[in-house]
Design a binder for this molecule. Structure first.
Ligand code: GLV
Ligand code: MN
Ligand code: MN
Length: 398
């Protein structure tokens, strides 16, 4: 099977899955019908190539070329889920490119000396239950299964219940050291989520590091009351504290040379003519220097507490430097490729922080836009990514 033709076929098969007709963006959330279709698609691609399909105890899917227990495997892949109204590339590009790269190797009659696996990490974006990289965190034990089962979505449905409705057994959910031990190294190919490659006029980069990043839940309580009859001086309106906090996040991020985003907010009871009783907002903060990110968050926590509320960490991922030896090999294989760090989180970061030699390849994104329907990569660059990944796998499994 030719790698590029296979890529094009797989890409067009995935295009309609979980796509909103209204926005053109993707809504591929964990343990939903779209997720089920994506998992079935992954299983069918494994079967098409005669790869052994497994699902680990953390809910991630694996397609194995060779006996997974013969020696530590070369693992490639990414995730298939999306943020709300996300783009087509963040995640699926890595999975589709992994299968297409295997096609190149199969066509070349390549014979690996180690098993090779394609992985689909579940729930990478955490769009439904709030914890990013839930699948890889569960796998490594960084997210406890009890905590994961109890996480709830916007409708109050727990992950356990969502899994049950999707036909999966939540009681099986657990860290999976046996699967983890099968991973010799992991290389995640991903669409670039910035303009680094576009500015350097290059199609492919080698990843060097992921900024430390985290998510925090901010609760700001108030007193529900009538919008017409309550005098301004009598109000306890949490929307004002919320507005101040969003502005403070921006100025603190500038001061600490970091980035901070409040992209999700819940207003209760959410009535036009009622002062809210509570505002809950989610802060995402990241930056190249961990202490600066922590100081930024500490300042906002103080502000939330002064307003009678709280700011509680939901997840934190340390600064990730990818394996230096693996990065050297990737750079030698792809001498034209620049080396880039990223502010985006990835399953590769979770695995690297669990001690697995891990690397990343980025594919040019002409506008740099990501987590948006406008996310894009040219087909020629995607094909270049498949060829690069094929060379990487051939080298690492040789
Ligand atoms: C995932 O894409 C993240 O960076 O939040
Ligand atoms: Mn993403
Ligand atoms: Mn991603």
């Amino acid at each position: 099977m030719d790698g590029t033709a296979g890529f094009d076929r797989m890409w067009s098969e995935l295009t309609p899955v979980g796509r909103s007709a209204a926005t053109g963006g993707y809504r591929r959330y964990a343990w939903t019908d779209a997720d089920r279709q994506l998992r079935e698609w992954f299983g069918a691609e494994a079967a098409r190539r005669g790869l052994q399909l497994t699902q680990d105890r953390a809910g991630n899917q694996w397609a194995w070329w060779g006996d997974p227990d013969s020696s530590p495997a070369v693992v490639v892949g990414s995730h298939l889920d999306s943020v709300p109204d996300g783009g087509a590339f963040d995640g699926p590009l890595g999975v589709v490119s992994a299968f297409a790269a295997l096609d190149v190797l199969i066509q070349q009659r390549y014979s690996p000396n180690r098993p090779i696996a394609v992985v689909n990490f579940g729930d990478e974006e955490g769009a439904r239950f709030g914890i990013a990289c839930a699948g890889s965190r569960l796998l490594t034990g960084a997210l406890a299964a009890d905590r994961a089962r109890a996480l709830t979505d916007a409708d109050g449905i727990s992950m356990a219940e969502a899994m049950r409705r999707a036909g999966s057994d939540p009681d099986r959910l657990a860290a999976d050291p046996e699967t983890l031990a099968r991973i010799g190294c992991f290389v995640e190919l991903h669409v670039e989520q910035g303009r680094g490659l576009a500015e350097l006029d290059q199609p492919i980069a080698v990843g060097s590091a992921i900024w430390p990043h985290g998510r925090w839940r901010v609760r700001l309580p108030g007193q529900a009351n009538h919008a017409g009859t309550t005098r301004l001086e009598d109000r306890n309106d949490p929307m004002l504290a919320y507005a101040r906090l969003v502005l403070a996040a921006r100025t603190a991020a500038e001061r600490h040379q970091s980035v901070a985003t409040v992209g999700k907010v819940l207003v209760e009871p959410n009535g036009v003519n009622a002062i809210p009783s509570q505002v809950t907002a989610w802060l995402d903060a990241r930056g190249p220097v961990p202490d600066r990110v922590r100081r930024l968050v500490a300042e906002l926590a103080e502000q939330a507490e002064a307003a009678g509320g709280s700011l509680v960490q939901e997840s934190w991922t340390e600064q990730t430097a990818f394996d230096a030896g693996l990065a050297d090999r990737l750079r030698r294989l792809l001498p034209e490729a620049p080396v880039l760090a990223t502010g985006a989180g990835h399953d590769a970061g979770i695995l690297a922080n669990a001690g697995i030699p891990t690397g990343m390849l980025f594919v040019r994104n002409p506008t740099g836009i990501s987590h948006s329907p406008a996310e894009h990569a040219e087909l020629a660059d995607c094909h270049a990514g498949v060829r690069a990944l094929g060379r990487v796998i051939a080298e690492l499994a040789g």
